[in-house]
Design a binder for this molecule. Sequence first.
Ligand code: FES
Length: 172
Amino acid sequence: MANPSGAQDTQVLLQQQEGISEERLNEILSSYQGKEEELIPILQQVQQVFGYLPEPAMKRIAKFLKLPESTVFGVGTFYAQFKFVPSGRNIIRVCRGTACHVRGGARILREVEKQLGIKPGESSPDLEYCLETVACIGACALAPTMVVNNETHGQMTARKVTEVLEQFRGKK
Ligand code: FES
């Protein structure tokens, strides 16, 4: 159970987690009234800012909404959209839909896995990339496809995977 000293306790915990700022969390919470029905929008916003739901932030949210921590964690784990571990800053999505599959999508995925050294659902150790697969991105005419953050790349080949990733690394 959380220490009743609340915010100060949370601050120490948050500082221990790289990139998580107590100040930023308070800023997010200040735009809410502390009502129970605000739980999901708060979780969504916290995840948007931090990239995942850090445990200390979940405890702080529970205090803010005067809800048991188990309720807050329960809601967070119920929805697939919420993540509890940090994920890579740049999201690489490879399409696994039918159109992409018949045009060699599996080969593209293998190539991306090889080049990034991670499997779908994983992040690179430096948290630069995370790899996901999607059912269809709605660009079947360009199959096989992949998306780097919000940029769609079509008619992918193994060679084009190298080009796209190199081009992206060069842009950063
Ligand atoms: S199946 Fe890949 S874009 Fe539609």
